[in-house]
Design a protein around this ligand. Structure first.
Ligand code: IPM
Ligand code: MG
Length: 372
């Protein structure tokens, strides 16, 4: 087996703590993996004066896959936009062409009661948000008009961002969504705001055109406001949700929280060849950074997704997923998913438990694997 190169980018806040656990798990797999770590986000700004230094970008470009922690901290809010930690992840997405963002929202059987919704609404929930990641208002022109470091817009009484999508951008994400639905329950909900925005009328038209090539997949269109409502009313009615960058940002947080455990959810951002960046769905949580209490499972499961989607190692991915199920079945919980009657553990203990379970996985356990 040839060596697989992984760029490890822990980032800021809890990023370093959760990444340490994922790296520990990856190393235990005895696969020919070469892990190389580089700074990104605020950590890179401190070290090198830029959130995405050339050396970090080069490492990510040369790697077979990227494992990413999280970036951001309020202390950088006053920096000019180009230097803020978030630019690291946006830059990686753009430079690596990572247009397809898979954000599964799975309600793990052991965590049904962690949701703020009634258990019957979320029990067995398994939906996949596919967010377009390199277009939309995120990358429209002009951007970054705030140049002053004191947080003001000098000499300007307005600010604007441009929402735009091109036909090829919509076509390729629509294909990804229909193909993912074929591996699941053959249903795609395309979320737009076609009643108000031209960009999203165009989106709707192009998705409808592409759908002609997938007659076996059911397609429904839904306005974003209604989708936000349906997600809390009857989330299990969804299978694959495909939407633009901005709506996808918002709806994926909502969907993740339905499961009661944003600390559990991995994500993948893929290019046209399935090379990808893998990151937990949650952020850098500076408020709990350094305390050793963050949940490392989303990052560990992101590593599993990486093994499956980009490195063609489905067995190793399944081993990790089974190990995670096993620690949950043992009743181990970090603070974010803790409830009465379960055992509260810290970040490192959780990683250690996954490691132990990797080698002694119990048989007969039903494993929730991420499909798509
Ligand atoms: C996400 C995050 C990012 C986004 C930020 C950190 C730039 O919220 O990955 O969802 O808005 O895409
Ligand atoms: Mg977000």
């Amino acid at each position: 087996m040839t060596t697989m190169k992984i760029a490890v980018l822990p980032g800021d806040g809890i990023g370093t703590e959760i990444m340490a656990e994922a790296v520990k798990v990856l190393k235990a797999l005895e696969l020919p993996l070469e892990l190389e770590t580089a700074p990104v986000g605020g950590a890179a700004y401190e070290a090198a004066g830029h959130p995405l230094p050339e050396s970090t970008l080069k490492l990510a470009q040369a790697a077979d896959a990227v494992l990413f922690g999280a970036v951001g901290d309020w202390k950088y809010d006053k920096l000019e936009r180009a230097l803020r930690p978030e630019q690291a992840i946006l830059g990686l997405r753009k430079h690596l062409g990572l247009f397809a963002n898979f954000r599964p929202a799975i309600c793990y059987p052991q965590l049904t009661h962690a949701s703020s919704l009634k258990p019957e609404l979320v029990a067995g929930l398994d939906i996949l948000i596919i967010r377009e990641l390199t277009g939309d208002i995120y990358f429209g022109q002009p951007r970054g008009r705030r140049t002053a470091v004191d947080g003001h817009f000098p000499g300007s009484e307005e600010a604007f961002d441009t929402m735009r999508y091109s036909r090829p951008e919509i076509e390729r994400i629509a294909h990804v969504a229909f193909q993912a639905a074929r591996k699941r329950n053959n249903k795609v909900t395309s979320v737009d705001k076609a009643n108000v925005l031209e960009t999203f009328q165009f989106w709707k038209d192009v998705v409808t055109e592409v759908h002609a090539q997938y007659p076996d997949v059911e397609l429904e269109h839904m306005y974003v406001d209604n989708a936000a409502m349906q997600l809390v009313k009857a989330p299990k009615k969804f299978d694959v949700v495909v939407t633009g960058n901005m709506f996808g940002d918002i709806l994926s947080d909502e969907a993740a929280m339905l499961t009661g455990s944003i600390g559990m959810l991995p994500s993948a951002s893929l290019d046209k060849n399935n090379k990808g960046l893998y990151e937990p769905s949650h952020g850098s949580a500076p408020d709990i950074a350094g305390q050793g209490i963050a949940n490392p499972l989303a990052t560990i499961l992101s590593a599993a997704m990486m093994l499956k989607f980009s490195l063609n190692q489905p067995e190793a991915a399944a081993r990790i997923e089974t190990a995670v199920q096993s620690v949950l079945a043992q009743g181990l919980r970090t603070a974010d998913i803790w409830s009465e009657g379960t055992t509260k553990v810290g970040t490192r203990e959780m990683g250690d438990a996954v490691l132990a379970a990797l080698n002694g996985a119990q048989s007969g356990m039903t494993t929730k694997t991420i499909k798509g």
